[in-house]
Unconditional design. Structure first.
Length: 506
């Protein structure tokens, strides 16, 4: 292999690792979500694989350039197969590991290692071997050669990261990205096999590439995307929701979590308990009006905006949904129709609020942008609470959905303490039936100048659904105010506060 070929190989192999790392997060998202734990497991796995690969590759490079060339051809062929097998292993292993009651962090760590450790080892092996070949080709310029190869590897990593994040995932999807990585590795394997001019090496590489090609063709189901649409933010799916009372209903799923249920013929049907509770609390305060002014942090299936457009016909409802693909899906598949009273802005909610005058623009601000245990920290801080408070009317209310532990919910209590800096009344509500099941619970935080006038609310749609205001000391357990911080832009340890929730997936 000549100088240009070696440079291209180290550049592309370095890019391939980073593309695989970015694609890994999107590949896992429909199963485990997109949280800091997902990224931590992926990065740790890739780096562990690269460390062992570099070490092993160094040992394999201790021979003459001809044998290194042959070994590189076989390694690239093996790496191609290992990348092709990732979707197959995912479909088999994920249902076995991600079961109810299994420790979530252990499950995701094992799953990530099964999928991406071997490809990382094989791809990383080639770096020291290619570098050794380049040095042997020009031994009088070892320093310059070493620096050039390091630089090419770094540039490849940068290009791979940018290409995967800005181009591949958005344009060809995760499966297409995985196949692109495999194709790049296959081309390099074939190139090294041809230059090796060794029959056994060519036969082995050819066999590996044939196996990869056959697996791709026969296993098209494994490469079929589970997403209806794969955006820069989510894997978006829409599934039928079965309910005896609903003639036709659908559930929107973002990554691995449901984000709204809509009925085709009844926009007022609110199947999710916390969504109906939000509606009932607003009814308590503003049921007499027709011109409710609301702001939604997150659109999702647009369930409540759809309901309130009919319930408050003279109202004004602003929806901040960061992902235009979510809005498109709601329109095309969730029966959400554009309404003159609904204004949709595809930007971050905090940026939108900061652009608004600091005056009472809204009666209700609804926060429903949290994605399971993945919480945008900038939307839970005291600074953001101040932005919210400044734009609520005199009788306005800030309603926030939070998922936390059934007992001693540290993040919930930290959010209560943070909101209490700006709101005289901060209440915690939950579904009575749900409160006695599971290790985690969906809470509704209600912050305003005055509490909800009742301590219990009954559903107007589901006879057995009842919500109650929680007594903080009962759910806090051993946690006191000093045990949870006021969340700020400088210090918002959301992931640490949610560690008990992230430890288990149920």
């Amino acid at each position: 292999m000549n100088k240009l070929g070696l440079a291209a190989a180290i550049f592309l192999s370095s890019a391939s690792v980073m593309v695989l790392e970015i694609a890994a997060a999107r590949l896992l998202a429909p199963y485990v979500g997109m949280s800091i734990y997902t990224w931590t497991c992926i990065i740790a796995t890739i780096l562990a694989g690269m460390s062992i690969g570099h070490w092993f590759g160094g040992h394999l490079s201790e021979t003459d350039p001809t044998k290194i060339n042959r070994r590189l051809a076989i390694l690239f062929g093996a790496a191609t197969c290992s990348v092709i097998l990732v979707p197959f292993v995912l479909r088999i292993a994920a249902p076995q590991l991600l079961v109810d009651g299994a420790p979530f962090l252990v499950s995701i760590s094992v799953l990530t290692a099964l999928l991406f450790f071997l490809p990382s080892v094989l791809i990383a092996c080639v770096t020291p071997m290619i570098t050794k070949m380049a040095i042997d080709a020009k031994p009088e310029a070892r320093g310059r050669t070493l620096g050039r190869m390091y630089a090419l590897g770094a540039l490849g990593s940068i290009l791979g990261t940018v290409a995967a994040g800005f181009v591949f995932i958005s344009w060809i999807g995760t499966a297409g990205t995985i196949l692109s990585v495999a194709a790049a590795l296959a081309i390099m394997g074939a190139a090294f096999a041809v230059t090796a001019r060794h029959k056994l090496t060519i036969s082995i590489v050819l066999a590996l590439l044939v196996i990869a090609a056959v697996a791709t063709i026969l296993g098209r189901t494994a490469f079929a995307s589970v997403c209806l649409e794969e955006s820069r933010y989510y894997c978006i799916r829409v599934v039928d929701f079965v309910d005896p009372k609903a003639t036709e209903a659908r559930l929107m799923v973002l990554d691995h979590m449901g984000h709204g249920i809509n009925e085709r013929h009844d926009p007022t049907a609110l199947h999710s308990s916390y969504v109906e509770l939000t509606h009932e609390i607003v009814q308590q305060r503003f049921g007499h009006t027709r011109d409710l002014r609301s702001f939604f942090i997150g659109g999702g299936a647009y369930t409540l905006p759809r309901t309130w457009a009919g319930r408050f016909p003279d109202g004004r409802h602003t929806v901040s949904e960061i992902d235009p693909a979510v809005t498109r899906t709601a329109i095309h598949h969730m029966w959400f129709k554009r309404h003159p009273s609904i204004k949709i802005i595809h930007q971050d909610a905090r940026r939108i609020l900061q652009k608004q005058p600091r005056e009472p623009l809204f009666d209700v601000i609804v926060g429903d942008a949290f994605h399971d245990i993945s919480v945008p920290a900038h939307l839970v801080t005291a600074e953001f609470a101040g932005e919210v408070s400044a734009r609520l009317s005199k009788h306005g209310v800030y309603i926030l959905t939070i998922i936390d532990s059934h007992r001693e919910p540290a993040f919930l209590l930290a959010q209560v303490r943070t909101l209490s800096e700006f709101f005289p009344a901060v209440e915690v509500w939950s579904d009575v039936a749900q409160a006695s099941s599971g290790k985690r619970l969906t809470y509704l935080l209600v912050a305003s100048r005055a509490p909800v006038p009742v301590a219990r609310l009954a559903s107007s749609q589901f006879p057995n659904r009842v919500w109650a205001r929680q007594i903080l000391t009962d759910i806090a357990g051993r946690l006191g105010p000093a045990d949870v911080p006021i969340l700020t832009d400088d210090f918002a340890p959301v992931d640490r506060l949610l560690r008990d929730v992230s430890a288990f997936g149920d």
